[in-house]
Design a binder for this molecule. Structure first.
Ligand code: AMP
Ligand code: MG
Length: 334
């Protein structure tokens, strides 16, 4: 299959809408990462997402909506759902709610709940409006690869397997959405993301913090058991500054190394380390934005060992989401 890569504009959107109506899959940018979408109510179309990605069938998909009211047709909602929708949508928050029968089992991996999100990216919104259907859309990477933050990443992974990639440039956030379960009691953050525990707390006073959840994560959120954030090389983690320098010095020099560090740490390293400077030290938004691309660069360089600087974790910000992805990439707690 020929994979077309097209800039987001009227003709490309209408081609994408036609493909979706015909039961095909299309990759498109969202504010978190690129998604691979199909008509959420068409099982055969959704099956093509799993086939193109090589995604295990027990990893459920997020259904993307143009507006919150579309949830009525797909799920059992309540006042709390709409309060959260009003506060955070469009945006990087996914809500898990009980599903209605019309949502095919393939979308939810057989669960009786469904994940819903209204994305904020203009191209995603344009496509959802033009397509006039809810889109089941996981990240548009091959299963097992880091999530795609550029159209080119999608092309590298899915070339020849999907008909169209809408190129909207680099995504803004670079980490996947925060996933909150409204079917568990108390409500729980199943996957940390840009929208933090602290931001959610005023709406969900008994919300379980992501840390407390670590042990219970796997059974509640099936997909989280997969390390779908890993580059090919082995990821090693170290804090910045002197700790990082020490970790660097202890690496075996007969392996192909790839060093990911923030600016201040990078400045401490010897020249031959040639670090990939992911962000200015302390700029966690930039760090989040660049981490998946950094892992992809490591893969492209054929790295065997990838020493990656961690970020200091604060309970109420994106640092927790970054550490969640880094720990998974390093095979810690997954
Ligand atoms: P992705 O779009 O690739 O980031 O994957 C979506 C993730 O959302 C899955 O891996 C699950 O962790 C989570 N998810 C989707 N649907 C559900 C659900 N019904 N219950 C719990 N978690 C879900
Ligand atoms: Mg994914």
């Amino acid at each position: 299959m020929l994979t077309e890569l097209k800039k987001v504009e009227r003709q490309a959107i209408s081609q994408a809408a036609d493909l979706l109506a015909a039961g095909e899959v299309v990759a498109f940018p969202t504010e978190t990462v690129y998604g691979l979408g199909a008509d959420a109510l068409n099982s055969a179309a959704v099956a093509k997402i799993f086939a193109a990605k090589g995604r295990p069938a027990d990893n459920p998909l997020i259904v993307h909506l143009y507006q919150a009211e579309q949830a009525e047709a797909l799920a059992y909602t309540n006042e709390l759902f709409y309060t959260l929708a009003k506060a955070f949508w469009p945006g990087p928050l996914t809500l898990i709610v009980p599903k209605k029968d019309c949502v095919p089992a393939i979308v939810t991996a057989g669960l009786d709940s469904v994940a819903l999100r209204v994305p904020a990216h203009p191209a995603a919104r344009w496509l959802l409006q033009a397509g006039k259907m809810p889109l089941a859309a996981p990240s548009a990477n091959s299963s097992g690869k880091p999530s795609p933050t550029l159209a080119d990443h999608v092309y590298q992974d899915l070339q020849g397997k999907i008909p169209l990639i809408l190129d909207g440039g680099a995504v803004n956030i670079g980490l996947e959405s925060t996933v909150v379960s409204l079917v568990s009691s108390p409500p729980a953050i199943l996957r940390p993301g840009k929208i933090s525990y602290a931001e959610l707390l005023p709406y969900l006073p008994n919300l379980l913090p992501p840390k407390a959840l670590a042990a219970a994560e796997a059974p509640r959120s099936p997909g989280m058991k997969y390390t779908h954030y890993s580059p090919q090389g082995q990821v090693l983690l170290a804090a910045g500054g002197a700790v990082f320098l020490k970790a660097y010095r202890s690496l075996p020099k007969d392996k192909k190394l790839f060093i990911i560090a923030t600016s201040q740490t990078a400045a401490l390293l010897p020249q031959e380390a040639a670090p990939f400077v992911i962000a200015q030290t302390g700029d966690i938004q930039a760090y989040a934005h660049n981490i998946f691309a950094a892992f992809r660069s490591a893969d492209a360089a054929g790295a065997e060992l990838i020493l990656t600087e961690t970020v200091p974790v604060q309970n109420d910000d994106v640092s927790m989401a970054i550490m969640n992805r880094l720990n998974k990439a390093a095979g810690i707690g997954s």
